[in-house]
Design a protein around this ligand. Sequence first.
Ligand code: NI
Length: 191
Amino acid sequence: MAIRKIAQIGHPVLRQTARHLTREELASSETQQFIDDLVETMHDADGAGLAATQVYEPIAICAIEVRNNPRYPYKPNIPLTILVNPVLTPVDDEQFDNYEGCLSVPNLRGLVKRHLHVRVQAWDRHGTAIDEVVHGLKAGTYQHEVDHLLGKIFVDRVTDPTTFTTWTEFDRHHKPAFVERITRLVARVGS
Ligand code: NI
């Protein structure tokens, strides 16, 4: 396994649309090794998720995991999940405001609207079909990572630029109200 370099905003690879994989490509030892590297890189950077495009591979794979994450202490845990060729569909029109950050955007957070309930259709790393509905912050994380595979970065979705904040100023000025609001949301939708 190897820790890969993470592309930073401005690098064109982050604007590429990731290519979907065939079952044969997914099963190859090269792709399976790549998935191990993606997970190791995500762990090393304390990310809640990491998309293949962020490590310079424009293929439709992302990893998601939240396990007592120091970057996002208010996020409920999500077991390690690999999504291959994911497609997200909002279940209804309900949205919520989420402060997001990104390993490809150093020291910046901003307020993004996300769907509260989304259906995810994908394969896992073994090609087994995933078809489930995810909610709340978990749904927000899924939308952030799948956006990367479509060449989108969270900053594209920040509708009010006055919400941009460094991590330090987030902790000082925005975190208490946000955590209170998001904790109520998590209690309502369960994740
Ligand atoms: Ni990101």
